[in-house]
Design a protein around this ligand. Structure first.
Ligand code: NI
Length: 135
């Protein structure tokens, strides 16, 4: 393991950085410490999924901008492609621009993860959460 620290740069929207700094200040972290914490949380949340095999049930919840051209068609195409593992989906119109989509899934955890990744990679998808429970 290398010692010391590594500096790196990332690109984010000014709004996201502003909100991040506000919350970071409230809890008394500096930006580096907050990013480290966020990276650890990210690893806790995602790392095990790469190792997991077997059946899982769960839900993918995402918020997207329905005004982005082609996005809704593309989200529908993806759901048709993964119809074998999709049990149900709910679409809620949050405001003029934003929609929430919840997809309930059951199947091989690798396929569920692939579906989540395909959805997340679409331009206009702002946030995505995947919750899986294995059995
Ligand atoms: Ni909608």
């Amino acid at each position: 393991m290398a010692s010391g620290v590594v500096r790196f740069s990332v690109s984010v929207s000014p709004e996201l950085l502003k909100e991040f700094d506000e919350v970071t200040n409230i809890i008394g972290y500096d930006r580096s410490k907050a990013i480290q914490q966020a990276m650890r949380n990210f690893l806790n949340e995602y790392k095990w999924r790469y190792e997991e095999k077997g059946l899982a049930v769960g839900a993918i919840v995402l918020i997207y901008n329905h005004e982005v051209r082609g996005l809704e068609d593309s989200l529908t195409d993806i759901q048709h492609h993964y119809r074998d593992i999709i049990q149900s989906s709910i679409h809620i119109h949050l405001d003029e621009q934003n929609c929430l989509l919840q997809v309930v899934v059951k199947g091989e955890v690798m396929n569920i993860r692939r579906l989540a990744k395909d959805l997340m990679n679409r331009r206009g998808v702002k946030q995505l959460k995947l919750v899986t429970l294995t059995y």
